[in-house]
Design a protein around this ligand. Structure first.
Ligand code: B1M
Length: 214
């Protein structure tokens, strides 16, 4: 039964059906399914399929947009259940954003939700943010951790800009920087002088905990 629901969630993203995706997500919660399983076994395979179809030329930009909208609609239902009942003691403050020129928000937001669920106070500055806005948010929030997301090979370079801007502002030794996003690797993180790379939202939490404790 749960497998069938995960398949339907997946298909609702492939078909770009936000309302159906949200309804299925609610149905999954009502049946007591784990929201994280709904994401990992339903929504993520769905959006990955959308990406594959786009890469092969079978899907076009509007398909990418409605696929993303369907995933966001389901996540809006699931996210409160991810953060519910967790301990609220603040582990650390973190500034999170997607770098300049990059509009991809779903993965960054999911990382933010998981960090929040694990006690981090997240200042999510949004998407398409220049390095200067990461720095300003660090100053405003007193954060000791910065997370920069990038989904495009053309925008991942701006993760380095964030690190350089922190250096110029005299903040680099006070703030750890973690990077992530589909094209990002450990090698890239090392190359630009980041403190760590996480492949997904779960490992981002583990990395964030490690970075703020050491
Ligand atoms: Co775009 N897009 N897109 N897109 N899009 C990709 C990334 C692409 C791989 C699709 C493809 O060709 N197969 C491709 C990039 C190619 C490349 O650079 N190598 C691509 C392209 C080309 C484009 C446009 C250029 C298309 C065009 O206009 N011709 C355009 C660029 C716009 C821009 O940003 N300036 C574009 C636009 C869009 C939409 C806006 C329409 C839409 C996003 C909607 C939204 O976010 N509101 C979109 C989508 C949906 C995708 C795909 C299909 C899905 C992305 C997603 O949300 N995944 C994507 C293909 C793919 O990745 N399968 C694709 C789900 C999400 C949960 O995963 O974001 O990877 P992800 O996040 C993961 C991890 O990466 C990690 O944890 C997350 C959770 O597990 N992670 C972090 C992410 N950030 C992290 C930060 C951390 C740690 C971990 O620490 C700070």
């Amino acid at each position: 039964m749960s497998d069938e629901l995960y398949d339907k969630l997946c298909q609702s993203v492939v078909d770009g059906e936000p309302e159906e995706a949200a309804e299925l997500a609610q149905m999954a919660l009502d049946q007591g399914l784990d929201p994280l399983d709904c994401i990992n076994r339903g929504l993520t395979p769905g959006i990955d399929r959308v990406g594959e179809l786009f890469a092969t030329g079978d899907y076009y930009l509007p398909d990418l947009i409605i696929g993303g909208d369907a995933m966001k609609a389901a996540l809006a239902v699931l996210e409160p259940a991810l953060t519910q009942g967790r301990e609220r003691q603040i582990v650390a403050r973190v500034v999170l954003g997607t770098v300049q020129g990059d509009l991809h928000e779903i993965g960054k937001t999911l990382v933010g939700t998981m960090l929040t669920a694990n006690g981090f106070q997240v200042t999510d500055i949004g998407v398409d943010k220049p390095a200067s806005e990461f720095v300003a948010a660090v100053k405003d929030s007193g954060s000791t951790l910065v997370g920069a997301s990038a989904l495009l090979t053309t925008t991942m370079l701006h993760q380095q800009d964030v690190i350089e801007a922190l250096k110029e502002a005299g903040l680099r030794d006070k703030v750890k920087v973690m990077v992530g996003g589909a094209p990002i690797t450990e090698t890239w993180a090392d190359k630009i002088g980041a403190d760590g790379y996480a492949e997904d939202a779960i490992s981002a939490v583990a990395l964030a905990k490690k970075l703020v404790s050491g």
